[in-house]
Design a protein around this ligand. Sequence first.
Ligand SMILES: NC(=O)c1ccc[n+]([C@@H]2O[C@H](COP(=O)([O-])OP(=O)(O)OC[C@H]3O[C@@H](n4cnc5c(N)ncnc54)[C@H](OP(=O)(O)O)[C@@H]3O)[C@@H](O)[C@H]2O)c1
Length: 270
Amino acid sequence: MVSLTRKVALITGASTGIGRATAFAFRAAGARVALAARSSEALASLAEELGGPDWAIAIPTDVSDSDQCERFVAEAVAHFGRADVLVNNAGMIVSGLFEHLEPGDAERQMQVNFFGALYCTRAALPHLKASRGVIINVSSVAGLLGTPTTSVYSASKAAMNAWSRALRVELKPHGVDVVTVCPYFTSGVQLAQKGILRKGSLHNRPGQRRQAPGTQTADQVAQAILRAAQRPSRIVVLSWAGKLIWRIDRLAPWLVDWVMIKGLAKLSQK
Ligand SMILES: NC(=O)c1ccc[n+]([C@@H]2O[C@H](COP(=O)([O-])OP(=O)(O)OC[C@H]3O[C@@H](n4cnc5c(N)ncnc54)[C@H](OP(=O)(O)O)[C@@H]3O)[C@@H](O)[C@H]2O)c1
């Protein structure tokens, strides 16, 4: 198991949800953390909570802008002197039936979830090669299946999965590990509140509060991300429900399609 004591983790999307919980998990494991997201106040107070400049720094960043990603990595390395782990976690969701999405929605989805991860990785790669570090790409079970009403979100995560796997092979000879982590439904996050919600979205319904079986907390997902950094593997699919659906989909995709068609029809009537 790789020790994270005094190692440096760069975490995107650290202002809320899974990213914030991941920052706490890495700090508890003895790592120093560089935090990126757009909400500068939330990031600054989190950095203080995590022990101040010796242990945590806030670097306001919009990951959809490659220059800002380069600045994030450069400032983190200038401050801590190295980079050992990059957690590409920043993400948003476009939710609604595909026919109701507006021009620019899909582009924004890809720009944040997919290109944001690419930009940060490209900037961090020389430092991760030097430290023989780890890249953790926070994807989604949606990217393994393709889920209705979140089609372009699924596509952004499917793109991440394919890129992440190829990158793993390319970087193995350089001693850099790449792990794809696919969370299932996660509670205590702001993905739906901050998302772009269009007609047909299932994210903005009254009564949507009921949790799907197998939903995990952001802390549980953060622990899985931490374990992935300590014991890197190819892919980590989370929660018993996520693993079950993933396995069934590989054996009988028609069955998963059938369940999703029935489920969508039922939810659309409500
Ligand atoms: N929640 C789920 O059920 C679930 C399931 C599977 C996978 N995931 C994935 O988990 C990751 C974390 O999401 P979450 O569930 O923890 O939701 P969240 O609470 O909304 O967190 C998303 C984080 O990404 C940041 N972010 C959004 N757009 C950004 C941008 N352009 N530049 C920089 N940072 C940006 C947000 O901060 P700012 O708004 O301050 O920028 C926030 O810190 C995402 O990649 C998501 O797709 C979530």
